[in-house]
Design a protein around this ligand. Structure first.
Ligand SMILES: O=P(O)(O)OC[C@H]1O[C@](O)(COP(=O)(O)O)[C@@H](O)[C@@H]1O
Ligand SMILES: [Mg+2]
Ligand SMILES: [Mg+2]
Length: 330
């Protein structure tokens, strides 16, 4: 059995990853393990329902959004290599007190993703991304395209807790054991290039653009339409859960730009939702696009920027990209 700490050591050597960076991942993993433990008994502790505040996105915070954010802060500030935290739950980037130039990394995170599923005991997660950003940098220097991520991943709190990690070259999955250790359970994950499963919030159909409508129409037509095969639709409503399924067995996830999210630029957040998932999906051989270009090349304008997200099995992403090309040309 390979523990996360041992895997980090060998991967550091194999993939040319620095010790500081692997320690940053170990710190994030410790935060996720603590969140997993709290989620297990949250209803008994009265940790359900709303916190009574709204975050910078204008969304009502759940108590567990706030608790998870506090856990990330607690762990990250103990690691001197981490200088900055960008979080869905914090209006501004949080700069930890470090000597100027010390602390090499910024962590961007969605401390609890899918929080509408919390009170119904459905899988939620934490998403994270690591960027180069020594202490003393101005917030504008955090606005880096996703190709510059040094590492990314998520924890999925489901019937087991999975930690899924990439340093950009390959994807590994760990499972939390009863003693609180992450154990390697799958290495070198690859997303099948062909699949027959799509994930989209179908109740938003009246807001969709022509490319999304065409893609879904073809999928619904199944073997009687141009796609030539039958599809299934799955939508958990936690990005982490939907993408975990896609990483494990293929499929496509779509939260496209639509007429209702147009003014905001999309629904999901670039720095701590789209970019880390795009890095994972590409490292596993899949594709990740806004419809018009690679997610990882989008230059953020602010830390909470939103972006359209389409990612998963290469053949499916290419099928909707063809519809976007027609839309753009026409
Ligand atoms: O409400 P919808 O349209 O189903 O949206 C679900 C999406 O919103 C999210 O819950 C947003 O994340 P947060 O819970 O972190 O705000 C994603 O996880 C998910 O894919
Ligand atoms: Mg989220
Ligand atoms: Mg969240």
């Amino acid at each position: 059995m390979t523990k996360l700490s041992d895997w980090l050591q060998t991967t550091a050597a194999r993939q040319n990853v620095t010790h500081d960076l692997t320690q940053t991942i170990a710190t994030i993993a410790a935060a996720c393990a603590e969140i997993a433990a709290i989620l297990r008994t949250a209803p008994i502790e009265g940790l359900s329902g709303l916190a009574g505040a709204t975050n910078v996105q204008g969304e009502a915070q759940k108590q567990l959004d706030v608790v998870s954010n506090d856990i990330f802060i607690k762990h990250l500030q103990q690691n001197p290599d981490i200088s900055i935290l960008v979080s869905e739950e914090l209006n501004q980037a949080l700069h930890f007190e470090r000597e100027t130039g010390a602390g090499r990394y910024a962590v961007a995170c969605d401390p609890l993703d899918g929080s509408s599923n919390l009170d119904v005991n459905v899988t939620v997660g934490s998403i994270f991304s690591v960027l180069e950003a020594p202490s003393g940098v101005r917030d504008v220097e955090l606005l880096q395209p996703g190709v510059r991520q040094l590492a990314a991943g998520y924890a999925a709190y489901g019937n087991s807790t999975s930690l899924v990690l990439t340093f950009g070259k390959s994807v590994a999955v760990f499972t939390l054991d009863a003693a609180g250790e992450f154990i390697l359970t799958k290495d070198d994950v690859t997303i099948p290039s062909a699949s027959a499963e799509y994930a989209i919030n179908a109740a938003r159909e009246r807001f969709w653009d022509a490319a999304t409508l065409a893609y879904v129409d073809e999928s619904v037509a199944g073997e009687t339409g141009p796609a030539g095969k039958r599809y299934n639709m799955r939508w958990v409503g936690s990005m982490v859960a939907d993408i975990h399924r896609i990483l494990m067995r293929g499929g496509i996830f779509l939260y496209p730009l639509d007429s209702e999210t147009l003014a905001k630029g999309g629904r999901l957040r670039l720095l701590y939702e789209a970019n880390p998932m795009a890095l994972l999906v590409e490292a596993a051989g899949g594709k990740a696009t806004t419809g018009l270009g690679r997610i990882l090349e989008v230059m953020p304008a602010n830390i909470h920027q939103r972006v359209p997200v389409i990612l998963g099995s290469a053949e499916e992403v290419e099928r909707i990209e063809r519809h976007y090309a027609v839309l753009k040309a026409g």
